[in-house]
Design a protein around this ligand. Structure first.
Ligand code: XMP
Length: 513
């Protein structure tokens, strides 16, 4: 990458957000561990270095510290929060326990408007703080740029050495003009251009794939989700018919999902698409199984079996393509006390056994999800695929509680289609994380016309979330809820009651299972 900013990760929950903000400025950013040796960093030829925040105190016994030679590399450095403490620690300043934790909104007053970080910005700014320790003595030859109510050293700089420290977090949405602070750093101070765009990436990725793959054949498991779809379109652009996509219909897909994939990839893109209808096999194996973990295991194993057999059918291939994203490849920093480090990514159904002897092609491994979507649009994929909501690997199996039957799957599929349709019509579908229907495993009494009914209940769930780890239920307008309930009960045979889930995560999970 010709120009990049290197971010040293000290375990902040916001490290990846910093990286995304830099990339939104059209500058490539890489996250490395806090203790990466300075010569390795120098070899990456960064235009600037950012020290992320982190949960530690520089005086703690096991405080994560960087290689101090990074201060001699001569590139601009921006320390955020804990990063400021590090500047102080290595440059003769002093950090002490704050009287009270400074957490939440604050007002920043810029006293030295000539600081390059605040060019273009007003002298009063709303910022977001989250720190306990604070600077009580400036590091040597540093000057104060700005203060907050609780901190006399909220922003400091060493103008000559181009080293800056920010006590607040410009990367979070609660610092509304934080993006401009990063933009001033990467463009104004580090002198980066705006080269990181998905159009440029596309050209480079196509060339890289061709170099890696040569004349060999590549297989890709296409699920219809965003990542595998974009990977498929990208690989197809690069190597055309050398790519075979395998699409497994496990019988647990949403309405029209298999058709859309065949339409978009088979007919429009003319991708070599091998369609495996394994509906009967999956439903046969799941018959009578009620326990959620057991269902997941059965589905995971059946998928591997079907996929393995399908790859044999597809003929000899040297490469297997995967839609791995950047967050999956960043080496996480296990720092005690950092809750972000404790949350493990989960549910990897569809992971393939080690004995499948393929070389991997992972053309999205440098990208964040939002970049993958933009790339998808560049490649000409429809919005319907690029901006679709996440859908779990085990599909509707986690949305039919208890045992699965073809009729229950029909019910949840029809109800789900109504939810999707109405959410799209309301304009909310693309602005929230997920919205879907769940079939509850019990029947209740109702009355329709003159008749007494004894039918199932559909639960509608709609959540907002950044990454699926935590979530809030969405306060859908009453009119929309009314419409959903009326349509689901009238149109889906076998349903006589509709409820709305008002549980956040935690304590609930997003899927019911
Ligand atoms: P939970 O239910 O754990 O879900 O709160 C968090 C997010 O993960 C999705 N999810 C899955 N995704 N395979 C996936 O690829 C799975 O097995 C799976 N289970 C849940 C869920 O839809 C939500 O977005």
């Amino acid at each position: 990458m010709s120009e990049q900013i290197v971010i040293l990760d000290f375990g902040s929950q916001y490290t990846q957000v910093i990286a995304r903000r830099i990339r939104e400025c059209n500058v490539y950013s890489t996250i490395v561990r806090y203790d990466t040796p300075a010569d390795e960093i120098a070899a990456m030829a960064p235009r600037g270095i950012i020290l992320s925040g982190g949960p530690s105190s520089v005086y703690a016994k096991d405080a994560p510290l960087p290689d101090k030679a990074i201060f001699k590399l001569g590139v601009p450095i921006l320390g955020i929060c804990y990063g400021v403490q590090l500047l102080a620690h290595f440059n003769g300043g002093k950090v002490e326990k704050g009287q009270k934790r400074e957490y939440g909104k604050g007002t920043l007053t810029v006293h030295d408007a000539s600081c390059a970080l605040f060019e273009t910005l007003p002298t009063t700014l709303q910022v977001w703080n989250s720190h306990g320790d604070k600077l009580t003595k400036l590091p040597k030859d540093f000057a104060v740029v700005a203060t907050t109510e609780n901190s006399d050293y909220a922003v400091i700089e060493h103008r000559e050495r181009r080293i800056f420290g920010l006590q607040f977090h410009p990367e979070v949405v609660h610092t509304p003009r934080g993006r401009e602070v990063y933009s001033n750093f990467v463009h104004g101070i580090c002198g980066c251009g705006k080269h990181w765009t998905m159009r440029n990436y596309l050209e480079r990725a196509v060339a890289d794939i061709r170099t890696q793959v040569g004349n060999e054949r590549v297989i890709l498991g296409l699920s219809g989700g965003v990542d595998s779809s974009v990977a498929a379109a990208l690989l197809h652009k690069a190597i055309g018919d050398q790519l075979t996509c395998i699409f497994v219909n496990n019988g647990l897909l949403r309405a029209r999902e298999a058709e859309v994939v065949q339409e978009v990839f088979g007919r429009n893109f003319k991708v070599k698409l091998q369609y495996e209808d394994a509906t009967k096999l999956f439903l046969g194996k799941l018959k009578g199984v009620t326990e959620p973990e057991k269902k997941r295991k059965i589905i995971g194993k059946a998928f591997i079996d079907v996929f393995q057999a399908a790859t044999k059918k597809a003929g000899k291939a040297k490469f297997l393509a995967q839609g791995t994203l950047y967050p999956d490849v960043i080496e996480s920093v296990p720092i005690a006390g950092n809750p972000a480090a404790l949350i493990k990514s989960h549910h990897n159904v569809g992971g393939l056994p080690k004995n499948m002897k393929f070389k991997l092609v992972e053309p999205l491994r440098m990208l964040f999800k939002d970049e993958v979507r933009v790339l998808g649009l560049e490649l000409g994929l429809p919005k319907e695929i690029v901006y679709r909501q996440p859908f779990p690997g085990p599909g509707l199996a986690v949305r039919v509680l208890g045992d699965l039957t073809a009729d229950k799957l029909r019910i949840v599929r029809e109800a789900d289609a109504i939810v999707v349709e109405e959410m799209k019509a309301s304009g909310l579908y693309y602005s929230i994380w997920q919205s879907f229907a769940v079939l509850l495993p019990c029947k209740s009494v109702g009355v329709m016309g003159d008749e007494r009914t004894y039918d199932f209940t559909i639960c509608v769930r709609a959540v907002e979330s950044q990454d699926g780890m935590t979530a809030d239920w969405v306060k859908l307008p009453y009119e929309l809820l009314e419409k959903l309930s009326t349509r689901i009960i009238n149109e889906v045979k076998g349903v006589n009651r509709c409820v709305f889930d008002i549980t956040s995560k935690p304590p609930g999970t997003i899927e019911w299972e």
